[in-house]
Ligand binder design. Structure first.
Ligand SMILES: O=P(O)(O)OC[C@H]1O[C@H](O)[C@H](O)[C@@H](O)[C@@H]1O
Length: 289
């Protein structure tokens, strides 16, 4: 399946790879379109889902991996759904390098330009730092307001985990929390399950979640620990049968193979004054089975 995805990818010049070890067992692959993480392989196991039908035309958002949502989560009056970060061309600011501790780091940036200002007339700089060790993958997004006026935004790391069978996957840390449910519609609901499972279309935004979730049922019976900082909300999404069929860049039969658990600041917008900055991050750790 991965080979097929690779062969459909755009030119090699679009792709940056962080290789931790010489055997290529622990790597991260990033597309400059959106600085979209396409793959995180930990000890030989590919943990992220990318659709076989994903489009690599440097225009459309890439269906899978970790698209970056900024400056708006969801439908947006000023531009495309989930904002422009995931459909903008990012710059590789610092090539993958090993630091003293042996971790690989790479840094990508996006600054306002005529296309972003057409939609959202603010000056900003986004700095996205990827940090890879043997079992952990940390992604940190820094937002700088480089203009003279305050702006508000929402942001999110839209992580697609690869699952063996979605009905066997679970997400911890959500019991007792309020959520909005885009499937059921208006109103707030309260989660009563210790471990959230998915057996139908799910699209929920849980507000003020704990900084740690454990996701089970990741490919090969894997367990991933998600730790987040300054990203207080968690979205759980799977399109299920009908929505999968309606999406042009997602296979009809792919929904059992993915689960999105998305760390973000989306339930309430953030406000940044001139010269201020915000930093949010998530660290994914492949846990021992
Ligand atoms: O199709 P996209 O624009 O990539 O959005 C994919 C999904 O992203 C999030 O999970 C939202 O909560 C969903 O409502 C949306 O369907």
């Amino acid at each position: 399946m991965r080979v097929k995805v690779q062969s459909k990818m755009a030119a090699v010049k679009d792709i940056v790879t962080l290789v931790l070890d010489k055997d290529h067992k622990t790597t991260v692959t990033v597309h400059l379109h959106g600085a979209t993480v396409l793959a995180w392989k930990a000890q030989g196991k590919e943990l992220l889902f990318v659709s076989d039908r994903a489009v690599y035309d440097n225009k459309k958002a890439i269906r899978g991996g970790i698209p970056l949502v900024f400056p708006n989560f969801g439908p947006w009056a000023l531009g495309p759904q989930h904002g422009f970060a995931r459909i903008s061309r990012w710059k590789l600011e610092q090539k993958p390098e090993k630091d003293d501790s042996g971790a690989m780091t790479a840094v990508f940036t996006l600054t306002d330009n005529k296309d972003t200002r057409k939609m959202w007339d603010h000056k900003f700089k986004l700095t996205y730092t990827l940090h890879l060790t043997e079992k952990t993958f940390k992604t940190t997004l820094k937002v700088d307001n480089t203009g003279a006026e305050t702006f508000t935004f929402t942001t999110l790391l839209h992580t697609y985990f690869r699952t063996d069978d979605i009905t066997k996957a679970t997400v911890s840390g959500l019991k007792g929390l309020e959520y909005e449910d885009k499937v059921r519609g208006d109103g707030k609901f309260t989660e009563d399950r210790e471990l959230v499972t998915v057996a139908e279309e799910v699209d929920r935004t849980y507000a003020s979640t704990p900084n740690s979730h454990i996701i089970t049922g990741v490919i090969g019976g894997g367990k991933v620990h998600m730790e987040k900082t300054n990203l207080p909300d968690t979205v759980v999404w799977n399109p299920w049968v009908d929505k999968a069929k309606a999406m042009g860049d997602f296979g009809d039969d792919e929904y059992p193979s993915m689960l999105c658990v998305e760390a973000g600041h989306v339930a309430t917008p953030l406000s940044l004054g001139a010269g201020q900055s915000f930093t949010g991050s998530q660290t994914l750790t492949l846990m021992d089975e």
